[in-house]
Design a protein around this ligand. Structure first.
Ligand SMILES: [Zn+2]
Ligand SMILES: [Zn+2]
Length: 351
């Protein structure tokens, strides 16, 4: 098969011919029909996670068709159209047995733990626990983004944030996961304030349902976007999401909460941001709650797919471009300087 391979962190990513994968025990091989390009791929390629085995094939936001299957898999068959969460739970550890497969003790992340979906085929273990059947009406390019950014946003807003009709929500950072969170919170009837430093991203935030947009860039004359968010929400939001992952956005998110509000950390905190100084006195004085959100279990997908099916959520509108494998590699390696808006999805793998 053709696959995008790198031999060293920050090194060239080449399209090479490599051996076709075979299904692991309890697993399947999927013919990749679409794979989203995500900032987490960029982190992996940069070497921010040194546990990634080299040489490596990135890619964790996939949808495709099962083409080979281990006999131990009982709930799926060759030809099934499927996607997976970016975290595959083992199904037997304490977390998995409690229904929290997305934080499994023995988790497997395609594109991190092993070779991912910047390739024509990808092998996936633990199939029965983690595969999700796609509705016939859903395009592969739409489904590809669900497993990482959209599902993570769904869990953050619905399960961790408990956002409902009338909630006031702030979203810091309007990349893929931020836009997804805005769309989901808005669909649930929340009033949403979106914050970013890019006008194009904020325009998309408005299109996704944000009621207010705040440009926090230095040149927009807003010395303190926290103050603006607190004013717009008459004293602070109920739920605030750091969808970027930086000390600045995390602290701003916490400061924008009302008393007993809930901060949800969705953006990856790595490098200089791995150990941010958090205003802990606010947690104590105002009983602020801090939550993390790390993907979503396969068994929670039906709730999300139902909202897609009835039109309340339109993740397809977040796919801003579909590209071939080689353009996908360019997008991955240039992501720090040209993040773009929405989801870029690779949907052709022969070049
Ligand atoms: Zn991702
Ligand atoms: Zn497990």
């Amino acid at each position: 098969m053709k696959a995008a391979v790198f031999d060293e962190f920050r090194g060239r990513i080449d399209i090479r011919s490599v051996d076709d994968p075979v299904p692991p025990a309890g697993g399947v091989v999927i013919k990749v029909e679409a794979n989203g390009v995500c900032r987490s791929d960029w982190h992996g390629w940069m070497g921010h996670d040194r546990s990634i085995p080299l040489p490596h094939v990135p890619g964790h936001e996939m949808a495709g068709t099962i083409v080979a299957i281990d006999p131990a898999v009982v709930q799926f068959a060759e030809g099934d159209r499927v996607t997976v969460p970016f975290v595959l739970g083992c199904g037997i550890c304490l977390q998995c047995r409690a229904g929290n497969q997305h934080v499994c003790d023995n988790q497997y992340q395609p594109g991190f733990s092993g070779w991912g979906a910047f390739a024509e085929y990808v092998a996936l273990p633990y199939a029965d626990v983690n595969l999700v059947s796609l509705p016939d009406s859903m395009e592969f390019s739409t489904a590809a983004g669900l497993g990482c950014r959209f599902a993570t946003a769904f869990r953050a807003v619905v399960d961790q944030g408990e956002v409902s009709e009338g909630s006031q929500v702030a979203v810091w950072g309007c990349g893929g996961v931020g836009l997804s969170a805005i769309m989901i919170a808005s669909a649930l009837g929340a009033t949403v304030v979106a914050v970013d430093i890019d006008d194009e991203a904020l325009a998309m935030a408005g299109a996704c349902g944000a009621d207010f947009v705040v440009n926090a860039g230095d040149d927009h004359g807003q010395s303190d976007p926290v103050k603006v968010v607190r004013e717009l929400s008459a004293g602070g939001v109920d739920v605030s999401i750091d969808a970027l992952g930086s000390t600045g956005t995390a602290v701003s998110s916490i400061r924008s909460l009302r008393t007993r509000g809930r901060h949800i950390q969705v953006g990856l905190m790595i490098g200089d941001d791995a150990k941010p100084v958090i205003p802990m006195w606010r947690l104590h004085a105002n009983e602020i709650e801090l939550y993390g959100s790390h993907g979503m279990q396969a068994w929670r997908y039906p709730a999300m797919l139902e909202m897609v099916a009835d039109g309340r959520l339109a993740p397809n509108t977040l796919v801003t471009s579909t590209v071939n494998l080689s353009d996908g590699i360019d997008h991955l390696t240039n992501m720090a300087s040209f993040p773009g808006t929405g989801f870029v999805v690779v949907d052709s793998f022969d070049a």
